[in-house]
Ligand binder design. Structure first.
Ligand code: NAP
Length: 242
């Protein structure tokens, strides 16, 4: 059986992606860092609709934890593999660079960029070996495309994910594995709830923040058979904010 793994699947965009993939009939592994209650809730929502879900807590920024969790899963599922991967876990630690503590730089890069590397590297061999291949979607950001004052760490992490996406897509295309990035603008989640929303909405041509479900619909499309010839792309979803 082909499973999906969504990192940071307990809340926000990751949660919406878990629900979307489950609605497409894909068994979903919900990764999270610490919010077990939220993750259990996502699992229950999927099961209430007749879907299949499992929890897999680990910190994506800890290489040994990633390897241990994924190895344990594979040992318990000898006939299954993770064919769909969404590298979604991410954090913000905003601040001007001249005052940025090293810890804020490291934690943002370690979560989004290194986490994507650790998880993807571990899952690639199975994806490349199987006839059905694999699908990888990396959750980047508008901030990684155009930069944003106060987000040098976050922009660097997201721009790094975009570079990784383009290079990896070329490495694995012949093995029927597609690798794409999604670059959302402002989306309503816990990550953006402390931002001055009324002010920021005015910058968006559509005059609103996006919904997690709108991003999940795009990820669902990229995971579908219909998107089989799309790889190495960065697809923006931002209400026209350039
Ligand atoms: P969110 O609501 O803050 O949720 C973050 C999720 O990531 C949670 O499930 C959290 O798990 C998990 N997480 C954080 N650090 C982790 C770690 N080290 N290991 C494993 N899981 C970890 O964020 P969001 O808005 O949904 O954002 C999701 C992704 O989209 C992020 O990569 C973000 O950069 C990107 N993005 C968001 C926006 C936006 O406007 N919201 C725009 C562009 C890009 P716990 O529940 O256990 O804490």
């Amino acid at each position: 059986m082909k499973y999906a793994l969504v990192t940071g699947g307990s809340r926000g965009l990751g949660k919406a992606v878990c629900l979307k993939l489950a609605s497409m009939g894909i068994p979903v592994i919900i990764n999270y860092q610490s919010n077990a209650t939220a993750a259990e809730e996502v699992k229950a929502m999927i099961e209430a609709e007749g879907g299949k879900a499992e929890l897999m807590p680990f910190d994506v920024s800890k290489e040994a934890d990633v390897d241990a969790a994924l190895e344990a899963w594979q040992n318990e599922h000898p006939d299954d593999y993770i064919a769909y991967l969404v590298n979604n876990a991410g954090i913000r630690r905003d601040g001007m660079m001249f005052m940025m503590p090293t810890e804020d730089w490291d934690s943002v890069l370690n979560t989004s960029l290194n986490g994507t590397f650790y998880v993807t590297r571990r899952l690639l061999p199975k994806m490349m070996m199987r006839k059905h291949g694999g699908r990888i979607v990396n959750m980047a950001s508008l901030s990684g495309l155009k930069g944003m004052a106060g987000q040098t760490n976050y922009s660097a992490a997201k721009a790094g994910m975009i570079g990784l996406t383009k290079s990896l897509a070329q490495e694995v295309a012949a093995r029927n594995v597609t690798v794409n990035a999604v670059a959302p603008g402002f989306i309503e989640t816990d990550m953006t709830k402390d931002l001055p929303q009324d002010e920021l909405k005015q910058l968006v041509p559509m005059k609103r923040f996006g919904k997690a479900e709108e991003v999940a619909a795009l990820v669902g499309f990229l995971m579908s058979d219909a998107a089989g010839y799309i790889t190495g792309e960065v697809i923006s979803i931002n209400g026209g904010l350039l």
